[in-house]
Design a protein around this ligand. Structure first.
Ligand code: KG4
Ligand code: ZN
Length: 334
């Protein structure tokens, strides 16, 4: 089925509108980031985020249609992130999507932000099931089993902080502007793992994660050194921190692959841009020659609407529809 989908994403601090063909081809993907407005607060301020979404959304719709060289008449459906995320932010994208769907008599396809992060892999190559996904973002850290298209089973998740959140929190301690992930990733390639931070829940028999102990260990090390007027090597701190995060993510994924033999391992979410993680997963997969590794492209790892078009196309084909009563669901899973 050929389909042209207009997709909306506004769950956090990126406003994005995209036009996606057949769930696999990006015709346009407009992203307005608000990072600068939130940086001085060290994280997202929900009220500020909502206001920026309102300012941007209609501008981005026009840009997305123009860049894709389509008009409303060419569209087959409207897909929208309705959760998880900040309720005030989600409502802006949702209201815009509903309005356009209603005005142009188009089906509305409610789409999970998490399904979007995982389905961004569709822009690399067709997904072959069963597949396993490691979803690592600022808000989520999950291992998800996909037995068939459109079905997502969470087999493990973080019990406290998300991986990206822990990067941002230790970044803040070191005075790195939010979001700190990319900078710490770069520093990590210059240092050595001298601090040997704890790897939590590594051999506990679950697929769950915990990053708050690592964060505390990092912060204690940093502050204790400060009190002694001792200057620690920040690159070594970054390397040691990243090694602990990557070790746990790779270890749990490896154990999951043994229990769930899959054709593909998908890697999505903002932290999927992490070079250390990509390399370590790639190395680990040497032990699984029948499993193909599909990390999402770097520019589609963070929040964007094209990924919502990729996931939304599956739900659209499967007949999922939202009506005008569709509400934002801040704690939605899939
Ligand atoms: O998926 P995303 O854009 O937003 C959420 O849905 O949360 O992820 C943002 C997160 C931030 O915590 C950011 O620090 C992290 O992704 N991040 C990285 C890297 N690039 C972005 N973390 C580690 N290494 C990176 N290269
Ligand atoms: Zn996200």
């Amino acid at each position: 089925m050929v389909s042209i989908i207009l997709a909306f994403e506004s769950s956090a601090d990126e406003t994005s509108v995209a036009v996606v063909k057949d769930g696999t081809e990006i015709l346009s993907n407009e992203i307005a980031t608000q990072i600068k407005s939130h940086q001085r607060f060290g994280g997202i301020v929900p009220e500020v985020a909502s206001r920026h979404h309102i300012e941007q959304i209609t501008i981005l719709v026009e840009k997305a249609l123009a860049d894709a060289e389509v008009t409303y008449k060419d569209l087959d459906a409207v897909a929208v992130t309705y959760g998880p995320g900040l309720v005030g932010s989600l409502l802006i994208g949702l209201t815009a999507a509903k309005t356009i769907a209603w005005a142009h008599n188009l089906p509305l396809v409610p789409t999970s932000h998490l399904a979007g992060h995982i389905m961004a892999a569709r822009f690399v190559k067709p997904i072959v099931y069963p597949a396993l996904a490691l979803l690592v973002s600022g808000g989520h850290t999950e291992l998800v089993y996909l037995p068939e298209e459109g079905t997502f089973k969470i087999i493990g998740e973080t019990r406290d902080d998300a991986a990206g959140e822990s990067y941002d929190k230790v970044g803040r301690v070191m005075g790195i502007p939010y979001p700190a992930g990319k900078t710490i990733d770069e520093m990590a390639h210059r240092g050595k793992d001298t601090f040997k931070f704890p790897r939590a829940m590594e051999n506990d028999g679950t697929y769950d994660f915990s990053f708050s102990g690592l964060k505390s260990a990092f912060i204690n090390t940093y502050h204790n050194a400060e009190q002694r007027n001792e200057i620690l090597n920040k690159d070594d701190l970054a390397t040691s921190f990243q090694a602990a995060v990557v070790d746990v993510l790779v270890d749990k994924t490896k154990t999951a692959l043994k229990q769930y033999p899959v054709k593909q391992l998908l890697l999505g979410g903002g932290v999927a841009a992490n070079q250390g993680l990509r390399a370590a997963l790639n190395d680990m997969l040497i032990e699984f020659p029948n499993t193909d590794f599909i990390p999402v492209p770097l520019k589609l790892a963070g929040d964007n609407a094209a990924m919502i078009g990729a996931a939304g196309e599956i739900f659209f084909r499967q007949g999922r529809r939202g009506d005008w009563s569709l509400n934002a669901d801040p704690s939605l899973e899939f």
